[in-house]
Design a protein around this ligand. Structure first.
Ligand SMILES: C[S@@+](CC[C@H](N)C(=O)[O-])C[C@H]1O[C@@H](n2cnc3c(N)ncnc32)[C@H](O)[C@@H]1O
Length: 388
């Protein structure tokens, strides 16, 4: 139970933080591979996330570099919990006064599944009560709640009457890279776009094109990867407000990340769309992401798409009816996607990301692989086509 005490104690060297990177379903193995690339080799992919142990530098690195994860939690305690009293006692037992001072603010997020306690709002409230009571008992006053921009975000997860209490080291969700200022009608989450690019296996040595790029999320995420730009370089993280925040270590990690950045060759990553407003956003997002002039966006109909070069990766995220237009109108578009890929993209590898499996049938080509992914709550397929 006293495990939490070492976490935020300033100056303390940390050797083993139990962490959990929450990941959109379908991207768990990729996140584990990303962690391995950061030198974290014990990552255990599970449903919706990856468990791993690391030290403070590893925690900062994971937040800075993970492209597929939505947040990184640091586990403080795990205890049996099937009623409000057990919840309160389990949370109260943690040394919160060492983690949060009365002049800081906090928020509690809760998720639960298959447990006796079924109301997430109640669990969050009870957790908050136990935290502030413990701090008041030790310090004489209590911190306030701030649900939008708290200093410390606490995460409580109940599964089969087991309660995990964690600190959310990311703060805002990691898909908020900081480059997207405005959203178009159907933007892809940045983490999902990064997952899609990673699943294609694209390594930045051959061209990548997105002929229906909208606000440019796929080209931007691909370009960030190829340019070796850390996705978190522009934003703030929850751990930066913790009492143990090591600003020197953080500055070193950011400086190290800056030195690895490379400029992309002309034509490596391109995006196309019919919608001028979306293209304007794509251009702005690209510049804001630190990629000014490195992704080329064109106003063009997908039907005219005819990539140069004998090989490359084309990723298409067409409208799929549920959010942007109606299904009937889209059948013809999906037929054309099949035609264009087959006739105009020979030698390339094609990928279509869609949330509508019925429409996908109209592509009329045989997919060589299918990946199940989620865009928020929408179940999607990423379909792979070898275009000989
Ligand atoms: C689902 S959205 C893509 C969203 C994008 N991935 C993003 O993150 O913003 C589909 C895009 O296809 C574009 N589109 C639809 N029909 C098109 C066509 N015939 N040619 C080119 N673009 C088209 C739309 O303008 C829209 O931006």
């Amino acid at each position: 139970m006293d495990k939490a005490s070492h976490i935020l104690r300033p100056g303390k060297r940390l050797s083993a933080l139990n962490c959990f990177a929450a990941v959109p379903r379908g991207a768990e193995e990729l996140a584990a591979a990303e962690l391995a690339a950061l030198g974290i080799h014990d990552a255990l992919p599970g449903k919706g996330g990856v468990a791993f142990t690391t030290d403070r530098a590893g925690l900062y690195r994971a937040n800075l570099w993970l492209r597929t994860a939505s947040r990184v939690l640091v586990q403080l305690a795990l205890f049996p919990c099937s009623n409000p009293a057990e919840l309160y006692a389990g949370v109260f037992a943690l040394p919160w006064h060492e983690l949060i001072t009365p002049d800081m603010t906090l928020a509690v997020d809760c998720s639960l599944r298959d447990s006796a306690l079924t109301h997430s709002g109640f669990v969050a409230l009870k957790t908050k009560d136990a935290v502030v009571d413990r701090i008041r008992a030790s310090c004489g006053s209590r911190p306030n709640v701030d649900t939008t921009a708290p200093d410390v975000r606490i995460n409580v997860h109940l599964h089969k009457n087991s309660c995990t209490v964690s600190l959310d080291s990311s703060g805002d969700s990691l898909d908020r890279r900081g480059y997207r200022l405005e959203r178009n009608e159907a933007p892809l989450r940045e983490t999902l776009a990064a997952t899609v690019v990673a699943l294609t296996g694209w390594d930045g040595t051959i061209p990548l094109a997105d002929p229906m790029c909208g606000s440019g999320t796929i080209p931007v995420e691909a370009a960030l990867m190829a340019a070796r730009i850390a996705p978190g370089l522009q934003r703030q993280f929850g751990f930066q407000r913790w009492l143990d925040f090591d600003s020197g270590l953080w500055a070193d990690l950011c400086a190290e990340a800056e030195t690895g950045i490379r400029r992309l060759p002309v034509g490596l990553v391109t995006g196309y769309d019919l919608d001028n407003k979306a293209l304007l956003l794509a251009g702005r997002n690209c510049s804001k992401a630190g990629l000014e002039g490195q992704i080329h966006f064109f106003h063009a109909a997908f039907q005219e798409f005819r990539p140069e070069g004998d090989k490359g990766v084309v990723i298409i995220n067409p409208p799929y009816g549920k959010r942007l237009g109606e299904e009937d109108d889209l059948r013809e578009l999906y037929c054309q996607i099949g035609d264009v890929m087959k006739k105009q993209c020979r030698g390339w590898t094609g990928y279509v990301l869609t949330g509508n499996l019925e429409l996908a049938k109209y592509i009329g080509l045989k997919a060589s692989r299918r990946y199940v992914l989620f865009n928020g709550a929408i179940e999607c397929r990423l379909l792979k086509y070898e275009l000989y």
